[in-house]
Design a protein around this ligand. Structure first.
Ligand code: MIC
Ligand code: SF4
Length: 642
């Protein structure tokens, strides 16, 4: 039987299990990446594992998220990360060098390799044929220690592309169309593998836009074949020796097939507050815009920025619009400057920011109250921009630029003929912001500022759990709801006692105080609980507040793994209608927790307040149940990695 690209790479890295969807597999990890917002915690965890040097082929530590230094906290974290990298054999990408996913694609990614990143947009690497997966920091720390990565074997979905994109229609519109059709839950438990004749019409940056935002489908990852287009990209980066061809066999078998004719697409836009709330730009054209933000790991490549420069050339940003631009990497910014394109962007009145995540994670540039903000980013969750009542829309660079010039949402097809963008055959290679670790790091001293607090430890799960439901929420709750980010909260990522004060703040500002008063408690959720980012703080901070279980209709993959890693049981309703049988404030008692977990038996939740019983199941492997019994992955890894 023929194999898909994903099956070939997974097969070559398989350490445990078989590729039978839903069953647990373990794969060898070749490369890891971390960013500063998840990295500080990941490295504190790595330190706790007592391993002298990383055991991967390559590990890179990026600083791109917490770059606004309004106090000492972020800068202290950067210094900590730099010293950790030197000590443990990790490459360090300095602040200013760019967004982790963009830089990794340019300088480090290798077709056919596995990459585990402590960031949910790690699948960007699928644009050059990697199996690149996002995970919690603790899973990445374990991978650096040589521990394989465990995941449910995904289904493989073929997204069969035919035709070619029309003028002004972009890769962003491809992924927005998939989100419109499949929703933010559509990719759960699946790898989206792109194939068909349309693939060769897409450049690597376009492919990477699509695989990047596959995270919003909830997919395990997304992947393109590695072909001549990939080779040309790697050649331009002076890395052709990293290339290997990877294609699906003609008779490859897929679990599902989705057909997409590129030539039928139009410019699309995701409306507030979900990336799958997609309509045609034409349908809401004319709406006044207050802010346009261009950049993020989805749309900040040289191609995106040259397109922006060509569209802004000789124009002025509309008086009602603040246009902010963050190039994805130093390479992109340097080439923009050298080619003169940057002058066109600045000349039009854009506010150029450093090469970092910036406004995407609410790190500055929060829009005004009630504003309409058009962004080329990947997420528009409530409050993520830093302004709670702002309305964020997601669009392509073309739509964003046209709207910035006109001051209203504009279908770019009204802008005449599209400028032709020629990418240079050779990119400017200047790795001077990338620091290689010394051969022997054993003498390096780790520098810790006062913001870096010791790691809280998960406690083994008790046999009897009694407490209150502290919060009941609806479907599709994101990690931005659970553990908000933004310029004020992100600097607390290495200080769990402080950051835990903000858990669920956007939904219920009294949550943390109530959790403390009650000495912990429980959360009840709907479908796809914990979608979005990989931030383990969405599990770690609730753990610190004493949350013992979350009962939901279903979970997003990374968040579920994070809950397990921190010893919180992710429970699901045996009967979906039981969601109605449990309310905020109910007292719930569960007995024989440890014994039932050992025997893989359902837990019976006794709703003392209502005098009702609810059966709760959990879809956890033996290893995951052991982790919970051990009191979290850290304790578990210490036991098994020597
Ligand atoms: C995000 O886009 O939400 C982030 C910030 O990059 C996160 C990681 C984090 O919360 O640190 C992600 O997507 O994993
Ligand atoms: Fe950074 Fe935004 Fe990409 Fe997350 S989604 S890595 S915050 S640019």
């Amino acid at each position: 039987m023929g194999k898909s690209v994903a099956q070939k790479i997974l097969g070559a890295h398989l350490i445990k299990g078989e590729l039978k969807p839903g069953t647990e597999i373990a794969i060898r990890i070749d490369q890891t990446l971390t960013q500063d917002a998840t990295g500080t915690m990941a490295y504190l965890q790595f330190e706790a594992m007592d391993i002298p040097r990383v055991r991967t082929e390559l590990s890179v530590s990026y600083v791109d998220h917490n770059t606004l230094q309004a106090g000492f906290e972020n800068a202290d974290d950067h210094r900590f990360l730099q010293s950790v990298a030197a000590k443990y054999g990790i490459i360090f990408s300095r602040p200013g060098n760019g967004i982790c996913h963009q830089v990794h694609l340019e300088r480090f990614g290798i077709p056919g390799k596995t990459l585990l990143g402590s960031d949910s947009h790690t699948p960007t690497g699928g644009g050059i044929g990697m199996i690149a997966i996002g995970a919690g920091g603790l899973d990445v720390a374990a991978a650096m220690a040589g521990y394989p990565f465990h995941l449910p074997a995904p289904k493989i979905v073929l997204i069969r592309l035919t035709g070619r994109l029309g003028e002004w229609v972009t890769a962003k519109d491809v992924i927005l169309e998939l989100l419109r059709r499949l929703t933010v839950k559509g990719g759960l438990g699946k790898i989206m593998e792109y194939g068909g004749d349309g693939v060769k019409t897409l450049s690597v940056p376009e492919r990477a836009t699509i695989t990047n935002m596959g995270a919003e489908l909830g997919a395990t990852t997304s992947i393109f074949p590695s072909d001549e287009v990939t080779l040309a990209f790697l050649k331009a980066q002076g890395r052709e020796s990293a290339w290997t061809e990877l294609k699906a066999d003609d008779d490859a078998v897929y679990d599902e097939v989705v057909d997409l004719d590129l030539s039928t697409l139009e410019p699309l836009i995701a409306q507030p507050h979900s990336p799958d709330n997609v309509v045609k730009v034409k349908e809401i054209e004319g709406k006044p815009v207050d802010q346009v933000a261009i950049g993020s790991c989805t749309n900040s490549s040289l191609k995106d920025m040259l397109t922006l420069a060509a569209l802004l050339d000789g124009k002025t940003v509309a008086p009602n619009v603040s246009l902010v631009v963050s190039p994805g990497s130093k390479q992109v910014l340097e080439m923009l400057a050298a080619s003169g394109a940057l002058a066109k962007i600045v000349g039009a009145g854009a506010r150029v920011l450093e090469c970092a995540c910036g406004p995407c994670i609410g790190m500055g540039q929060a829009p005004p109250s009630g504003a309409t903000s058009l962004r080329t980013f990947n997420r528009n969750f409530l409050g993520r921009s830093g302004t709670k009542d702002a309305n964020v829309y997601l669009v392509s660079v073309e739509t964003a630029a046209a709207s910035a010039i006109n001051g209203v949402i504009t279908d770019p097809r009204s802008m005449g003929s599209r400028p032709r963008i020629e990418l240079p055959e050779k990119f400017l290679i200047n790795d001077n912001m990338i620091i290689k670790p010394p051969r022997d790091g054993s003498k390096v001293k780790i520098i810790r500022g006062p913001n870096i607090k010791p790691l809280p430890k998960a406690q083994p799960i008790p046999d009897v759990i009694e407490g209150k439901v502290l919060l009941k929420v609806e479907d599709n709750i994101t990690t931005d709801h659970i553990m908000p980010a933004g310029a004020k909260i992100l600097p607390l990522r290495s200080n769990i006692p402080a950051i835990s004060e903000h858990v669920f703040e956007v939904i219920d500002p009294s949550f943390a105080a109530r959790a403390k008063q009650e000495g912990g408690g429980f959360i009840v959720g709907g479908e796809n609980y914990g979608q979005g980012s990989s931030r383990e703080h969405a599990a770690l901070a609730p753990m610190y507040l004493g949350i013992k279980w979350v009962l939901a209709k279903s979970f997003a993959r990374i968040h579920k793994a994070n809950l397990v890693n921190f010893g919180i049981i992710p429970l699901t309703f045996a009967r979906a209608e039981d969601y109605e049988k449990i309310e905020n404030g109910d007292t719930v008692r569960v007995e024989n927790v440890r014994e039932n977990l050992k025997q893989n038996k359902p837990l019976i939740l006794n709703n003392v307040t209502k005098g009702l019983k609810i059966e709760a199941t959990y879809d956890l492997s033996e290893r995951q149940r052991e982790i919970i019994l051990d009191g979290g992955l850290l304790n578990h890894v210490k036991k098994v990695v020597s």
